[in-house]
Design a protein around this ligand. Structure first.
Ligand code: ADP
Length: 236
């Protein structure tokens, strides 16, 4: 059974059907690309998955259990984590302490939180700034720190919405290497990104949305070559 089963999701904003019956299965350990032109409903769908928006119809099952309509806090506890919205960096606390506090809040003991924090800081190349207050970090470093905080206790499914937007190329490299490594270790992701080279590089499979529907679903290279997909992007 797929880890995440998404079916018939509909979300209306007034007269606009932002998501119009979208569905897809996500297997445990998959790194799925979610692509499509601007306004095709990708962010709205992620917001439904993370509980930030209530769907008008459809279902979302995690391990076979319906989780549609649960609030973001419940979903986070179940392991459905939307990045950059669920975490907060405290500016007057060190990068290291930010991660430790986050780990403690997620139920780790002090030794475990400390160990994970050090591992993550190393992996995200933040070791040299770990004792600086988070407020002194660059925007990109802060984003990496927030990113790391989400993995103090790895979620079942990590939902990433344009994680590379406005991130320095070197940090983008660090972040994509991190995503790849974690995925190789079994971490499940849904990645929304306009950065096609990164999507091609990271995601074996992609779903392309258009006008709130799934236009194509399959191997990324194949999806990108589909005439309907090319046409949708040309109309952007
Ligand atoms: P994408 O992430 O693919 O760019 P979105 O999910 O952000 O697309 O948006 C899908 C459609 O829904 C767009 O037409 C957008 O303008 C509209 N939309 C998104 N959020 C809202 C909202 N809160 N209120 C009204 N319309 C919205």
């Amino acid at each position: 059974m797929a880890l995440l089963q998404i079916s018939g999701i509909q979300k209306r904003f007034g007269g606009l059907l932002a998501v119009n019956g979208a569905g897809m299965d996500v297997a445990d350990g998959e790194l799925l690309g979610l692509i499509g032109p601007n306004g095709s409903g990708k962010t709205t769908l992620l917001n439904v998955l993370s509980g930030h928006l209530a769907a008008d119809a459809g279902d979302v099952r995690l391990d076979g259990r319906s989780v549609l309509g649960l609030d973001p806090t419940r979903l986070t506890r179940l392991g459905v984590l939307r990045m950059f919205q669920m975490t907060r960096v405290f500016n007057r606390v060190s990068a290291y302490d930010n991660l430790v506090v986050c780990g403690l809040a997620m139920g780790l003991d002090e030794a475990g939180a400390s160990r994970r924090a050090l591992e993550l800081l190393e992996e995200l190349k933040l070791g040299h700034v770990m004792h600086l207050d988070a407020g002194q970090l660059s925007g990109g470093q802060k984003k990496l720190l927030e990113f790391g905080a989400c993995f103090m206790v790895p979620p079942r499914v990590a939902l990433l919405d344009e994680p590379f937007a406005a991130v320095h190329p070197i940090m983008k490299e660090t972040m994509s290497a991190f995503i790849r490594r974690r995925n190789q270790g079994g971490q499940t992701f849904i990645l929304v990104s306009h950065d096609m080279p990164v999507v091609v590089d990271l995601c074996a499979r992609s779903v392309c949305m258009n006008a709130g529907r799934v236009l194509a679903d399959g191997p990324t290279q194949q999806v990108l070559r589909e005439p309907a997909v090319i046409e949708a992007y040309l109309g952007e």
